[in-house]
Design a binder for this molecule. Structure first.
Ligand SMILES: C[S@@+](CC[C@H](N)C(=O)[O-])C[C@H]1O[C@@H](n2cnc3c(N)ncnc32)[C@H](O)[C@@H]1O
Length: 198
C-alpha cells in the first residue's frame, strides 16, 4: 500500500465514515436516468452506503475502493442488509482504473461520490469511465466544488473539493452532455454539486 492508501485504510480502521447519500436525491437521479438501470458501479465506494442503497433498488452493483478495510466493512454491511447477492467489491486504485476488472460498455450508472478530488488525472479517469458506460449509461459525480475568487474555511471542505470551473471543463471535454443535477449548500461557502453526464 502507498502512503495515501494506508492513510485512508487507517481512517476506516479508526471508524471514520462519510455522509450517506441522500435517498431523495438518489431516487431523483434514478428517476432521471433513462436506461435499463440494471448494473451500477460505485468508484471509491468507502463502506458501501450507496452500493447497498442501489442494490436495495434492484441494481447489481460493483463497489470499488483502494482501502481493504472499507471494502471489508462494506461487505459486512451488505450481508447484514440482505443484499450480498446483488453486490461485489473490488480493490481498485482509481489512478489505475483502466487496469481494473470491469467490463467495457456494461455499466448503466457509474457513481463517484466525494472522491474525484483524489484522482490525479481527472481527464484520463473520465475517459476510462466513458468506456465502461453502456449505451445511454450515465456517470454521476457528487463533489464539493470551489469557486474562483472565494476564500474557503476548513468547514467548506476545500480538501475534498475540486475547482468548479476546471472540473466542469474536463467533463465537457470528455462527455457530450453535462448536467448540474443538484447543488446543496453547506457551511459558509461550501457547494456540493451532483453532476450527471453522458
Ligand atoms: C471521502 S471518501 C468517500 C467514500 C464514499 N464514496 C462515500 O461517499 O461515503 C473517499 C474514498 O475514496 C477512496 N480513495 C481515495 N483515493 C483513492 C484512489 N486513488 N483509488 C481508490 N480509492 C480512493 C478512499 O479510500 C475513500 O473510501
Amino acid at each position: 500500500m502507498n502512503e495515501q492508501q494506508t492513510k485512508w485504510d487507517e481512517g476506516f480502521k479508526a471508524g471514520r465514515d462519510y455522509n450517506p447519500i441522500n435517498e431523495i436525491l438518489l431516487d431523483s437521479v434514478l428517476a432521471y436516468v433513462d436506461n435499463e438501470k440494471k448494473a451500477a458501479v460505485d468508484l471509491g465506494c468507502g463502506t458501501g452506503d450507496a452500493v447497498i442503497k442501489l442494490a436495495k433498488r434492484g441494481l447489481t452493483v460493483t463497489g470499488t475502493d483502494w482501502s481493504p478495510e472499507a471494502l471489508r466493512k462494506a461487505q459486512i454491511r451488505a450481508e447484514e442488509e440482505g443484499v450480498a447477492d446483488k453486490v461485489n467489491f473490488q480493490e481498485v486504485d482509481l489512478d489505475k482504473l483502466a487496469e481494473a476488472n470491469l467490463k467495457a460498455g456494461e455499466a448503466n450508472i457509474i457513481l463517484c461520490k466525494l472522491v474525484i478530488a483524489f484522482v490525479s488525472d481527472r481527464k484520463a479517469f473520465c475517459e476510462v469511465v466513458k468506456g465502461l458506460l453502456s449505451e445511454n449509461g450515465v456517470f454521476v459525480i457528487q463533489t464539493p466544488v470551489l469557486h474562483d475568487g472565494v476564500e474557503y474555511v476548513p468547514e467548506d471542505k476545500p480538501r475534498i473539493a475540486v475547482s468548479y470551473k476546471e472540473f466542469k471543463a474536463t467533463l465537457e471535454e470528455v462527455f457530450t452532455e453535462v448536467i448540474e443535477f443538484d447543488h446543496s449548500y453547506y457551511s459558509d461557502r461550501g457547494d456540493l454539486v451532483t453532476f450527471i453526464v453522458k
